[in-house]
Design a protein around this ligand. Structure first.
Ligand SMILES: [Fe+2]
Ligand SMILES: [Fe+2]
Length: 387
């Protein structure tokens, strides 16, 4: 059932019922002091599709609960075996605290501005965890119905969130102690971002949500592994260790999410390939794409450009992630698909090459035009970087 909803519906913030499919034309009115121009523009142009998974498919996720119990929860680490931020930070209760702090600040002196901007952007992305938790819990078939449900999907989402929470926490504290960045601007950016949410077109559909999260976990694994590499190049071995240990968590989460989607491809290949093609057609937006610092409407694009320039996360990584997922899920070898499914399969399998070709052309155009500009970043006290 497609449901068209009017503006009044949005103004009263009524939530759609669990089983309804909705297409919502969004001209939502948002308080101008809370949101970026990009955010407001997006709201005006937006058509929201919600609950796009046919209700009968819910049974698939109910029937997979036992599977999740045995095959998914094993990828969560018991709390007592997990690292905690304090394992990598100066100990405030210790007599050596000031000395440890001094050492940390000395190490951080060598970190260049472009690296700091990328690390801050990564940290802010991690700190918007409430949005990611909320998104998982608005996904049909896998949501936590009570907030403390003993359903395996719900246990997974809470455990995953609890593990993720350490990432932003550790990076935030480290950057604070470094004295190299404008923490108040960073805190404002986090507040803006959580207030804006994220709009990555998952349609409350678990096929979309689990594909998106598989992609993102691998993207964050690559990004944190690269910030570890660059920290090492600049001599901050502790920071390299921090970024490396976070990357290892992301890798474990990637294994878990890709395993779920692998199972979906096994039992429902047609719907899975259609969901993957659909997500790729919409393009995988980064979770922090609505980032704003109160000053720069394009701060997310500018942060991404610095990350690309530094080689921490690039358009080529995007293509490689897709290629990796295609291999992991055996997309090229799928058989018995509907004609729509086969078209989706062809589209997805041809996409990495297409993305690389477009990226090469875009890079060549940039080089020809020397189309670089410099922008100030509030996170580093307004110092300018080339993007
Ligand atoms: Fe994370
Ligand atoms: Fe993650």
């Amino acid at each position: 059932m497609a449901l068209k909803l009017n503006t009044a519906y949005f103004l009263c913030y009524k939530l759609p019922s669990k089983s309804s499919h909705g297409i919502r034309s969004s001209a939502a009115l948002m308080p101008s002091t809370l949101y970026t121009k990009t955010n407001r523009r997006q709201a005006h142009n937006n058509v929201e599709v919600t609950h796009s998974m046919p209700p009968e498919k819910i049974e698939i996720f109910e029937s997979l609960e036992g599977w999740a119990q045995h095959n998914l929860l094993m990828h969560l680490k018991p709390v007592e075996k997990c690292w905690q931020p304090m394992d990598f930070l100066p100990e405030p209760e210790s007599e050596g605290f000031y000395e440890q702090l001094q050492e940390l600040r000395e190490r951080c002196k060598e970190l260049p501005d472009d690296y700091l901007v990328v690390l801050v952007g990564d940290m802010i992305t991690e700190e918007a965890l409430p949005s990611y938790h909320s998104l998982m819990n608005s996904t049909d078939g896998i949501r936590d119905e009570t907030g403390a449900s003993l359903n395996a999907w719900a246990i997974w989402t809470r455990g995953w969130t609890a593990e993720e929470n350490r990432h932003g926490d550790l990076l935030n504290k480290y950057l604070y102690l470094s004295g190299r960045v404008d923490m108040k601007q960073i805190e404002k950016t986090i507040q803006y971002l959580i207030g804006s949410g994220m709009d990555v077109k998952l349609e409350n559909n678990p096929y979309n949500g689990l594909i998106y999260t598989s992609f993102q976990e691998r993207a964050t694994f690559i990004s944190h592994a690269n910030t570890a590499r660059v920290a090492k190049e600049h001599g901050d071995l502790k920071l390299a260790q921090i970024c490396g240990i976070i990357a290892a968590d992301e890798k474990r989460h990637e294994t878990a999410y890709t395993k779920i989607v692998e199972k979906l491809f096994e039992i429902d290949p047609d719907n899975s390939i259609l969901a993957l093609a659909g997500m790729m057609k919409k393009k995988i937006k980064m979770p922090a794409h609505l980032m704003y610092d109160g000053q720069d409407d394009k701060i997310f694009e500018h942060f991404s450009a610095v990350a690309q320039k530094l080689g921490v996360y690039t358009a080529k990584d995007y293509a490689e992630i897709l290629e990796f997922l295609i291999g992991k899920w055996g997309v090229e070898k799928l058989t018995g698909l509907s004609s729509e499914g086969r078209k989706a399969q062809d589209f997805v399998c041809g996409l990495p090459r297409k993305i690389r070709r477009l990226e090469d052309k875009a890079q060549a155009r940039m080089r020809d035009k020397k189309a670089y500009t410099t922008v100030p970043f509030s996170w580093i006290f307004g110092r300018e970087l080339r993007v």
